[in-house]
Design a binder for this molecule. Structure first.
Ligand SMILES: [Zn+2]
Length: 552
């Protein structure tokens, strides 16, 4: 008996030496197509594993557009909730993505943030208004036909002619010559680029097209097209150019913002091997493409002297295909002039509109200032509560790359807008589901991450956004290596935190450091296993680590 008592005391001593269990031990469930039954069975298996290793919550993307989801998809989502319940995992949907737009744009694509085109010139002919493109903006020697030796004329530079870049008269897209790049290791940065400065007119829409052919380019994805001005990218894009491909056309829509000159770059950065060819570039001012139609993005047709603002319907009729903000190669909207219009053949007009932009390969930001967004938040919160009744929710307010440029948000304090938007989301969720714990990604509220001025295409400054957040929102801190200062920042500002770490590494080295940080940071609730590439093989070890099972 004594012996047993002694053993029990020893066990108790060991237990008390161990840290208290973490409140949040989550897994981020991401990368499945929830329109497929197969995904549900795969995720269910993952949840089973998670549960066996002490994970106590699963956070799901894919709950963004419930009002547009089919009954079958809603049933599948409910199955996930039921599996969570059975496995004693907290079911945590992530909702309301503004930076990636998904759910809001599924309801209304016109809710994309817009950048303005001001006073583009049009002339009226045969009952139609036709844009008169300015002749200023163009790529000189865009067909690559004028050269001396290995040097193209008209371009400001291409890297190391004769060493890395070569005129090629055998492999070409059009005409007699193209420019080939290879031997990238002859440049210490692995550069193989070409650049031309181009004059533009401020607040106009331009379309750049070029042709590229590649042969075993390494590493994959190092080919880029950039429009730079004022030391920043004004149209951050990523194109899917395979390591080896025959001639492929790249089309890119951009807005000149308030600039008069831009630098157009194409090529590779950090390349190690392979070849690519460029040919047949063009750049032109374009008419109304990806035109947004909502209260904050008015379409305006004025007389050339700007004294008359014409009326849609009676003075002109706008004909356009439904907007697809994810494409850069859409048709122009057509402006037709009805018989009884105040506009006549031969008149010159100034036309203004707002258009959407794609960031990287698919990000389309939603305008947080447009009142319809609030209505959608309300409807989605209601469906979420009624069908799924979650006790916790993660707000997808991350990587908001645009804002402050349309009439619904222009001139307003961006820090206040984003804080108010999150407050509204939390308030609506709790209205329908009282007591729900609300989490939000950290980056847009973190001064050492994205809460700062000069952020992508945002006009305005996110600095101070954290001051507009309700203090009962839990911050999911993420990004790279353990973020000591970032965790401390939120803790010192009175917020509870969750460390969203992992990011597809082959070991849990970083996770161990994050865990250490969480243990030391006041108000830190726990960790979330967060892969972006569906890598879940280390989840069991992660779960064990959080329960201090390692080394016992
Ligand atoms: Zn806006």
């Amino acid at each position: 008996m004594k012996k047993i008592f002694f053993v029990s005391c020893a066990m108790l001593a060991v237990l008390t030496l161990q840290a208290a269990p973490l409140a949040d031990r989550f897994v981020w469930v991401f990368g499945w197509d929830l329109d497929k039954d197969k995904s549900i069975s795969e995720i269910s298996q993952l949840l089973e594993t998670a549960s066996q290793h002490g994970i106590n919550g699963a956070v799901f993307s894919g709950f963004d557009a419930l009002e547009k989801d089919s009954p079958e998809k809603l049933q599948r989502l409910e199955q996930l909730r039921d599996v969570c319940e059975k496995k004693h995992l907290e079911f945590i949907p992530s909702v309301f993505s503004v930076g990636y737009g998904g759910g809001f744009l599924a309801v209304n694509r016109n809710l994309a943030e817009g950048v303005p085109v001001n006073g583009a010139k049009f002339v009226v002919e045969n009952g139609n208004a036709r844009m008169v493109p300015d002749s200023v903006a163009k790529i000189a020697n865009g067909d690559f036909e004028n050269f001396k030796g290995n040097k193209l004329s008209g371009f400001d530079f291409h890297d190391q002619p004769g060493e890395i870049s070569f005129i090629d008269t055998k492999v070409r897209h059009g005409g007699n010559a193209s420019l080939r790049f290879e031997h990238f290791t002859a440049n210490q940065y692995g550069h193989g680029r070409i650049m031309q400065k181009v004059k533009v007119i401020p607040h106009r829409s331009y379309r750049l097209t070029l042709w590229v052919k590649t042969e075993q380019i390494q590493p994959g994805g190092c080919f880029q097209v950039l429009i730079l001005a004022d030391g920043r990218e004004i149209a951050p894009r990523k194109f899917d150019v395979p390591s080896t491909t025959d001639w492929k056309k790249i089309t890119m829509l951009f807005n000149s913002l308030d600039l008069e000159n831009v630098m157009v770059y194409a090529g590779v950065w950090g390349a190690k091997d392979g070849k690519f060819w460029l040919d047949d570039w063009s750049l032109e001012e374009v008419g109304p493409v990806n035109v947004l139609r909502r209260p904050g993005t008015p379409f305006r047709v004025q007389s050339n002297d700007e004294t008359t603002l014409f009326t849609e319907g009676s003075d002109y009729v706008l004909k356009m295909d439904p907007i697809n903000p994810w494409r850069d190669d859409g048709e122009f909207a057509r402006i037709q002039i009805p018989e009884k219009s105040r506009i006549h053949n031969g008149d010159l007009l100034k036309v203004s509109w707002f258009h959407s932009m794609v960031i990287y390969d698919s990000q389309v930001t939603v305008c947080m200032g447009e009142p319809e967004v609030d209505l959608i938040i309300d409807r989605e919160a209601k469906i979420l509560a009624e069908r799924f009744h979650p006790k916790r929710v993660l707000l997808s307010m991350d990587e908001v790359r645009m804002g402050g440029t349309c009439d619904a948000c222009r001139g307003r304090n961006m820090a206040e807008i984003i804080g108010q938007c999150v407050s509204k989301q939390a308030e609506r969720i709790r209205h329908y589901s009282p007591g729900t714990q609300v989490y939000v990604w950290s980056d847009m509220f973190d001064p050492k991450h994205n809460a700062k001025p000069d952020y992508y295409l945002v006009k305005g400054d996110f600095t101070g956004s954290w001051n507009y957040l309700p203090k009962d929102i839990i911050i999911a801190v993420w990004g790279g290596e353990p973020r000591v200062e970032n965790m401390r920042f939120f803790s010192e500002h009175g917020f509870e935190t969750l460390a969203a770490c992992y990011y597809d590494a082959d070991d849990l080295k970083d996770v161990k450091a994050w865990l250490d940080l969480v243990r030391k940071t006041p108000k830190a609730r726990g960790l979330m296993y967060t892969p972006w590439e569906r890598k879940y093989s280390l989840l069991p070890a992660f779960g064990d680590l959080l329960q201090d099972k390692q080394g016992q």
